[in-house]
Ligand binder design. Structure first.
Ligand SMILES: C[S@@+](CC[C@H](N)C(=O)[O-])C[C@H]1O[C@@H](n2cnc3c(N)ncnc32)[C@H](O)[C@@H]1O
Length: 394
């Protein structure tokens, strides 16, 4: 099995990403310690490997180089736990980011948003005042993070929760409370911790390699409260350098409006989006795009399908699309209120135009892409930085 080695913060991805699902806050009643699953079932299988920061082997039956280990951060505290191979955790422990800042576990309160009940959706985030496009709504470290595909013994599964019980049980009480306050979409079908992480984890862009075995996910207690919309108004972005998740308004959001992100492939047809949301998050999407009447719904699907084809094609350096087709892509993204796609069309479109020496349009599109990525991802945007270093004069 290929082992991805973590790079120090600062390694950048230039590939624009789609946001994934979200995470949550501790405000509401966290179950009492007594009602939480006890760590006992996994205890006989764990072994402390290092003390500062604390690294624990989670299954001593596996060869040490293949066994998942977990590490508590920042050193001396346990606000976050990371599950990965030992070698990667040891490399990560040396990152300077852990001493640069150690934000408290978020409390969920903010003048920008309120976490409250949303009919038919459980809790959600609601803007407490007008939020401007590009405004940072939440910035937080994950409380739990892991390599997505780790080898496990057959008795470590979703039903008994053994992959999660021991790592979570060593977290600080506030970090544990923030996890246990989150919702699970899977009821009794999965162990509560497995259900919570499967419902709330978001992708962490830790490496710049497009290698599926290097996928990482993490749980952000506040961002997790953002519900889904197929044309979301905010964007989740992982900032590798500070190891934090950020939620930003992609457009102006009115006071009282729900703050939403996308959990699925926004360009898939409506039936496919709905099937994926049912399967992965156990809800039926009733967002405005999914609630369009038959004819408008079909037109929306067509625009998204054309946008999908265009984006797939301009991601290739040898794309042969016309300026007219690129402009159509911008129009479809605007019509579907897909701001992340709008930025992607500008970014890849600028590359396509520059490649065929259309300097005037290519540079203008690159300039517009910078503006969009600043709005979507802020100044730490890897795409923004890549554009700035390639075209510093823009
Ligand atoms: C990451 S959580 C979002 C926060 C969650 N509503 C809560 O109470 O903590 C994902 C879960 O929220 C609910 N949810 C999210 N978006 C929804 C939507 N558009 N319609 C209905 N339920 C939704 C589903 O139960 C889903 O499994």
């Amino acid at each position: 099995m290929r082992r991805g080695f973590l790079k120090s913060p600062g390694a950048l991805s230039i590939a624009p990403r789609e946001p994934g699902p979200s995470a949550a806050l501790p405000k509401a009643k966290a179950p009492s310690v007594q009602s939480r699953p006890q760590a006992a079932p996994g205890d006989g299988l764990t072994r402390v490997v290092e003390l500062h920061p604390r690294i624990v082997c989670s299954d001593i039956r596996l060869p040490p180089e293949r066994a998942p280990h977990f590490m508590y951060l920042p050193p001396g505290r346990a606000d976050m736990v990371f599950v990965d191979y030992l070698e990667n955790l040891q490399a990560m422990a040396r990152w300077p980011v852990w001493s640069q800042c150690s934000p408290d576990v978020p409390t969920g309160s903010s003048p920008l948003y309120e976490i409250r009940g949303i009919p038919g959706k459980g809790l959600g985030m609601v803007a407490q005042r007008h939020l401007k496009a590009g405004e940072l709504i939440v910035s937080e470290r994950p409380v739990y993070a892991q390599r997505a595909d780790l080898p496990r013994s057959s008795d470590f599964n979703y039903f008994n929760g053994l992959p999660y019980i021991a790592p979570v049980s060593g977290l600080s009480p506030s970090a544990q409370a923030s996890i246990y306050s989150l919702t699970t979409a899977f009821g009794t079908k999965r162990h509560r911790l497995a259900g919570i992480f499967h419902t709330n984890n978001l992708e962490l862009d830790i490496t710049h390699e497009p290698d599926p075995q290097n996928r990482f996910v993490g749980c952000f207690p506040t961002i997790a409260r953002a519900n889904h919309d197929c044309s979301p108004n905010s964007n989740y972005y992982f900032v590798f350098g500070s190891f934090s998740g950020q939620l930003r308004a992609m457009r102006d959001i009115e006071e009282g409006e729900e703050i939403t992100i996308s959990y699925c492939d926004a360009l898939a047809p409506r039936v496919e989006r709905q099937a994926a949301l049912e399967r992965l998050f156990c809800f039926t999407c009733g967002c405005p795009s999914c609630s369009l009447p038959e004819r408008e719904g079909r037109l929306s699907d067509e625009r998204r399908a054309r946008l999908d084809t265009l984006v797939a094609s301009i991601e290739q350096p040898s794309a042969t699309v016309t300026l007219e087709q690129l402009r159509d892509g911008l129009q479809y993204s605007r019509q579907e209120s897909l701001y992340a796609k709008y930025a992607q069309v500008l970014f890849y479109g600028s590359g396509t135009l520059l490649c065929r020496m259309d300097l005037q349009n290519g540079l203008e599109w690159a300039r517009m892409a910078k503006v969009e990525y600043l709005t979507l991802e802020g100044e730490d945007s890897a795409t923004l930085k890549a554009l700035s270093s390639l075209l510093p004069h823009l």
